[in-house]
Every structure is written in structure tokens, then in C-alpha cells.
Design a protein around this ligand. Structure first.
Ligand code: NAI
Ligand code: MG
Length: 492
């Protein structure tokens, strides 16, 4: 593996660190702030304003005005779409700068950040197109009446996002919310606030009216909780840990808010002996190590048919030790650091637990380098289904290899988890592929591929991996209320 320490490309410019409320950059009422870091070095790179409940209230009031009275509420739907297209164009214009800032604050490789930026632009354009196509129906009711439905905005949406795809998660949440005419109070993750703030500035430049998008940085237990508790927020859209979602759901019950959740997983990636072995090895590698495993869909339970298991592990290990860890801003780097000390500690804790419970560490499992939060790509063999490393979301570059014999055996094992976000199967046999896709409990199933997620395909979880769907037309129903209007025709 290459050295972590090398000549750093120039640090990206940090332009915004305040709160964005009602199209103005404001200081927090209580003057709170927090540090944000470069995970490649562990160094603080900026002090960012932290929103208190007072600031959240200010943002919610601005969002309420915008959705009830402001120009946003009376604008033609097509014009709303044009604003979204304009924002997408501005993000595209700034894509190089935004990608560098994303890598600087989040630690993802510059290659991955550029890929994310394409996804951001595609998502905003996709939903911009929907803005004037959110339609109701006419319904043939009994009697002399005309009944039709209107799709109205839900109102003020509280959006709470994580650090692993800071801008992509913003786009997935802004896209359908704005297309349906809602307004937004968003809390970026405390680890990665910088790129969202830059996009906030671009939203002003694009011409979004005041109050439509508001950004309140801060921690979950304070800023996030204040959004969830606020009586005038109509809905919470959240991506993050399942335990955080439970807290949010309990607190949202007080005001009976609508909620949608996207909560990660422990996704089974199932390799049959009749697969294309070269593609399956490359696919399993990408499934777990993409973004250092900090991916809700990570293929962290690798089921390999017994007859090819040893060869498969050997080939995967040979690739793992070749992986180039280093500065995320260096285009040659294949894997950056984990996002934080907390994540580094969590992952190394699971490696220790895996060994203690009797799994065989084949490669990796140690911290890489002596600064920043790097973890070596790690493979555990001889993993049993009930070990912690096979059950818990590790959210790092750690894969558990689990041998199996046939389809009937592997399906119930793949489903034996509280999660159900994604699954994949590798085989050239179409019966096996379709039977697996039919029987596995997951919101997304890949056949002979992995991590293929596009803006127009519904994405979300079965079981404790979430509620509701993002992306595609499916997201729109979570951002609009159906109103039935019934008109008496003529006098009786
Ligand atoms: P988290 O769920 O605590 O944080 C996600 C977001 O929720 C952040 O913006 C955070 O500030 C906010 N938040 C936290 N507590 C809150 C509360 N009480 N009320 C309102 N908002 C709150 O996740 P964290 O701590 O960053 O990571 C822990 C683990 O969560 C990871 O190791 C991973 O297993 C999982 N995770 C899953 C993600 C996914 O894509 N599904 C993304 C990030 C983390
Ligand atoms: Mg947390």
C-alpha cells in the first residue's frame, strides 16, 4: 500500500460558515460554533456557526412564510422547475470547486466526489422536470358530482442528513421537496457542513425566493432535535443511523409529523459458483470498499458458494492489499480516510470483536498511517451468521465472508437481519438470479452489478432499513398531500 503522507494539493477555499436563513447569512442567536475537520489529517479547517433552537425557529418561520405567502407559493410550477434547473446549472459550473471541498471535508476521493457531483446535478434536473407534472386525478364518483384530487405541498420540511454523501443527500432531499412546492429547513451533518453552505449560496444566486431553502448547521442532539420538536415543521426526512431514527420517530410523535427514513443496512452480496468470476471479484471489492465502506448499501455480508470460496477470498485479498490509500485530493488515491475519529474507533472496535469471536482476519484491519482516520481494507473469513461483524452495520472497509451451498440455504440466511436496504446476486443462471431477486427482502436488488443507483429509480429500505422511498417518482408521494375536491353539478 502507498504512503498516506504526500504532497497535498492546494486546500480548497471555504467561503461560507454561517447559517443560511431567509436568504441571509446570519450569526447564531447564542453565538454557538463548532470545528469542522479534514479527515485526512485530523486538523480543524473551519469554525462553523451552530444553530440553537432559536435559530431553528427563525428558519422555520422563514420557511413557513415562503410556503404560505411568498412568491414561491404562487409561482407557476414550471417556473419552480426553471429555478431548479438554474441551480443545477450553477452547481455544474462550480462542480470542480465543490468536489474538492467535498473531498477536503468528508475525505472521499476526488474521483468519488466528482461522481457525486454528477449525481447531484442529475437529481436536481430530474426533479426540476417533475415540478409541473405533479398531477391529481378526476374520479368517477356516484351521483351528480365532480370529484378531483389536487397534490398540495406538505409544507415546511425538516431534512436531516449524514456525512457520507453530503451533497448527494442534499440533492436527493431538495429535489422532490422543491418539485412539490415545499420549503426546507436542512441540517447538514456536523462533520460535513461546508459544501451544503456553498450550494446555499448558489440557490440564492439562482434566484430562489427567501425562506425556500434554509441551512442550520449543528449537532443532532441540539439543532436536529430542535427541528424535530418544532410544532410548525410538517415533516422530517432523515438519513442516518437506525437508533437516531427511533429517537426521531418518538419525538415526531408529539406533533404527529410525517417521517421518512433511510437507515443503512447489512446487505448480502451473494456469489454463485456459476458467476463470471473476474466480474464478481471486482464487483464484491467495489461493493464493500467503495468510499471506504461508508455507504448504506455496502456489500458487507459476502456469501460465497463453498466450492469457489477459497479462490474468491484469495483473489479479493490480492486486490485489497493493492488498494491505494492516500490524500483524497490526489486523483491517484483509491481510498480516503474514514470521516472521523469516532468512525475510526468504531471500525477498529469491530475488527477486535471479530477476532475475539473467532473469525479469521485474512488481510487489513489496522489503522493505516499515523495521521488522519485511515483503515486498511479488511477481510474476515470463517465468519458465522451470529457474529457481531456479520450482524451490525460497521460502516467501514470490513467484509465478512460467509460460505453457502445453494439458493435454498442462502436466501433465509441473507434475510436473517433486521435490515433490508440492498442485496446483490452474481450468477449466469437466470432462474437463480430472478428467484433470488424475488425472495430477498431488500429495497434494491442488483444482478451481476453493485451500487448502481440512479436518480430515477426508487431507493429505500425494507424492515429497519427505512420507511418510504427516495429518488424516482416514488419520492413525490412523500412530499405532497392529496386533497380531494368534490363539486355538486347542477341543482338537485
Ligand atoms: P447519526 O444518525 O447520529 O447522524 C445522522 C444525522 O442525524 C446527522 O446530521 C446528525 O447530526 C443527526 N442527528 C443525530 N442525532 C440526532 C437527534 N437526536 N435528533 C435529530 N438529528 C440527529 O449517525 P452518525 O452518528 O453520524 O453515524 C453513526 C452510524 O450511523 C454510522 O457508523 C453508520 O453505521 C450509520 N450511518 C448510516 C448512514 C446511512 O447512509 N444510512 C449515514 C451515516 C451514518
Ligand atoms: Mg450519531
Amino acid at each position: 500500500m502507498a504512503q498516506a503522507v504526500m504532497a497535498r494539493p492546494k486546500a480548497p477555499l471555504i467561503r461560507h460558515t454561517k447559517l443560511l436563513i431567509n436568504n441571509e447569512w446570519v450569526e447564531p442567536a447564542d453565538g454557538g460554533s463548532f470545528e469542522t475537520y479534514n479527515p485526512a489529517t485530523g486538523e480543524s479547517i473551519a469554525e462553523v456557526a451552530a444553530a440553537s433552537a432559536k435559530d431553528v425557529d427563525r428558519a422555520v418561520k422563514a420557511a413557513r412564510r415562503a410556503v404560505e405567502e411568498g412568491p414561491w407559493s404562487t409561482m407557476d410550477a414550471a417556473d419552480r422547475g426553471r429555478l431548479m434547473y438554474r441551480l443545477a446549472d450553477l452547481i455544474e459550473r462550480e462542480a470542480a470547486e465543490l468536489a474538492a471541498l467535498e473531498s477536503y471535508n468528508c475525505g472521499k476521493t476526488i474521483t468519488d466526489s466528482k461522481g457525486d457531483l454528477e449525481g447531484v446535478v442529475n437529481t436536481l434536473r430530474y426533479y426540476a422536470g417533475w415540478a409541473d407534472k405533479v398531477e391529481g386525478r378526476t374520479i368517477p364518483v356516484r351521483g351528480s358530482f365532480l370529484s378531483y384530487t389536487l397534490r398540495r405541498p406538505v409544507g415546511v420540511i425538516g431534512q436531516i442528513i449524514p456525512w457520507n454523501f453530503p451533497l448527494l443527500m442534499l440533492a436527493w432531499k431538495w429535489g422532490p421537496a422543491l418539485a412539490c412546492g415545499n420549503t426546507i429547513v436542512m441540517k447538514p451533518a456536523e462533520q460535513t457542513p461546508l459544501t451544503a453552505l456553498r450550494v446555499g449560496a448558489l440557490a440564492i444566486e439562482a434566484g430562489f425566493p427567501p425562506g425556500v431553502v434554509n441551512l442550520v448547521n449543528g449537532f443532532g442532539e441540539t439543532t436536529g432535535a430542535a427541528i424535530v420538536a418544532h410544532a410548525d415543521v410538517d415533516k422530517i426526512a432523515f438519513t442516518g443511523h437506525v437508533d437516531t431514527a427511533k429517537i426521531i420517530q418518538r419525538q415526531a410523535a408529539e406533533t404527529l409529523k410525517r417521517t421518512t427514513f433511510e437507515l443503512g443496512g447489512k446487505s448480502p452480496n451473494v456469489i454463485f459458483a456459476d458467476c463470471d468470476l473476474d466480474e464478481a471479484v471486482a464487483g464484491a471489492f467495489h461493493a464493500i470498499y467503495f468510499h471506504g465502506g461508508q455507504c448504506c448499501t455496502a456489500g458487507s455480508r459476502l456469501f460465497v458458494e463453498q466450492s469457489i470460496k477459497d479462490e474468491f477470498v484469495e483473489r479479493l485479498a490480492a486486490k485489497a492489499v493493492q488498494r491505494k490509500l492516500g490524500d483524497p485530493l490526489d486523483p491517484a488515491t483509491e481510498q480516503g480516510p474514514q470521516v472521523s475519529q469516532e468512525q475510526l474507533d468504531k471500525i477498529l472496535g469491530y475488527v477486535e470483536l471479530g477476532e475475539k469471536q473467532g473469525a479469521k482476519r485474512v488481510v487489513g484491519g489496522d489503522r493505516f498511517g499515523d495521521r488522519g482516520f485511515y483503515v486498511e481494507p479488511t477481510i474476515f473469513d470463517d465468519v458465522k451468521d451470529d457474529m457481531a461483524i456479520a450482524r451490525d452495520e460497521i460502516f467501514g472497509p470490513v467484509v465478512s465472508v460467509l460460505p453457502f451451498r445453494d439458493l435454498d440455504e442462502v436466501v433465509p440466511r441473507a434475510n436473517d437481519t433486521k435490515y433490508g436496504l440492498a442485496a446483490a446476486v452474481w450468477t449466469k443462471n437466470i432462474d437463480k438470479a430472478h428467484l433470488f431477486a424475488e425472495k430477498v427482502k431488500a429495497g434494491t436488488v442488483w444482478v451481476n452489478c453493485y451500487h448502481v443507483v440512479d436518480t430515477n429509480t426508487p431507493f429505500g429500505g425494507f424492515k429497519m432499513s427505512g420507511q418510504g422511498r427516495e429518488n424516482g417518482e416514488a419520492a413525490l408521494e412523500h412530499y405532497s398531500e392529496i386533497k380531494t375536491v368534490t363539486v355538486k353539478l347542477g341543482s338537485s
